[in-house]
Design a protein around this ligand. Sequence first.
Ligand code: GLN
Length: 197
Amino acid sequence: MPAPPLIGVLAMQGAFREHLRALASCGAEVRAIRDPADLAGLDGLVIPGGESTTMQILLERVGLMDALRDAVRRGLPTLGTCAGMILLARDVTDGREDHRGLEALDIVVQRNGYGRQVDSFEAELDVEGLDSRFPGVFIRAPVVLEAGSAEVLAEHEGRPVALRQGRIMALSFHPELSGDLRLHGEFLKLVRGMGKS
Ligand code: GLN
């Protein structure tokens, strides 16, 4: 049996505990990431949902922003969900004036793009690679305005909600809150180099 992969979950703020639990249930070793030294030896990284503006401030404060940029750009397999997708994006609209993220994924997103009246909703999604629909939990989710060179894995009402580019996966919804572990499983396949490239 190969050793389980070690997956770090960025633990500044937001839904990191749920990701740690979901990944552990899928058989991964997990580590909460709070400062640059925690990145050593990781096989994969998850950037959770939460509030991207707050995460940006906290990441800069602890010196993790540049360390994460380097790690993700060097090819560390990474899953970003909701606010995590915003932090991975090449460009963000309706963000802070001084928005600065990792610019690792060739997409443009609009923060809170699904609008106030539908702040939160659930939708059944057809996701590439899964054999039945996935329950998508959307909470003040970003809208993907441009998918750039990323592959679209799922759409909701004509907009991409799951994407992949190389070793980076991004979801505008919260798979860790749905009780369905299949997308964490897909990410672990990517980490193990078993996902299609
Ligand atoms: N609206 C949040 C942001 O802009 C994202 C919401 C979420 O992660 N559930 O960061």
